[in-house]
Ligand binder design. Structure first.
Ligand SMILES: Cc1cc2nc3c(=O)[nH]c(=O)nc-3n(C[C@H](O)[C@H](O)[C@H](O)COP(=O)(O)OP(=O)(O)OC[C@H]3O[C@@H](n4cnc5c(N)ncnc54)[C@H](O)[C@@H]3O)c2cc1C
Length: 138
């Protein structure tokens, strides 16, 4: 995340997924309405993150900021970088959840099922709850 000296060059609604390069997603937090001052959030691609995981984090941040130059519109005031080791499932499962045991009921749920986003995780949790209810004798 970088705080900018002035507004970015991004257009509403303020989110963009470049087709190539180290950036998977870039968002203008001011256009999104979540920041009072000009600021952007950059998500690196899976490939870039894995390749640079052990590298100095500030150096990695500067590489991403350099790659975002055309959308930034000026200099930066400050930046923060964070590495999420388990940010995404490497493999996903098309089922909505996995019933491991019926008695006692044990169900696996999360974004590895039903799509690797918040919506998938929520739908998977819902499906898991239904699977537990179905497994309990009435
Ligand atoms: C930087 C970032 C930005 C994102 N932005 C978006 C977005 O804009 N929109 C979107 O839809 N998705 C986004 N995602 C993805 C979204 O956050 C995940 O898909 C979602 O949180 C997955 O939910 P979950 O319940 O499956 O797993 P998680 O939210 O990862 O929850 C797993 C939980 O299990 C706990 N845990 C782990 N190991 C253990 C253990 N051994 N014992 C006990 N507890 C344990 C963890 O602490 C955690 O609380 C983003 C992810 C990241 C990393």
């Amino acid at each position: 995340m970088a705080v900018l000296e002035g507004p970015s060059r991004m257009l509403p609604p303020g989110g963009f997924a470049p087709a190539e390069g180290p950036i998977a997603w870039i968002a203008d937090n001011q256009l999104k309405g979540v920041s009072a001052e000009p600021a952007i959030t950059i998500h690196a691609t899976d490939e870039f993150s894995v390749a640079h995981w052990d590298q100095d984090r500030d150096e990695t941040a500067r590489m991403l900021i350099a790659a975002a130059d055309e959308w930034m519109g000026g200099g930066i005031k400050s930046f923060q970088i964070h590495g999420w080791r388990f940010s995404k499932p490497k493999q996903t499962d098309p089922s909505s959840c996995a019933l491991v045991s019926s008695d006692p009921p044990l169900v696996l749920a999360g974004d590895v099922f039903a799509g690797p986003r918040v919506e998938g995780a929520a739908l998977s949790g819902w499906a898991a709850a239904e699977a537990v209810i179905a497994a309990i004798p009435h």
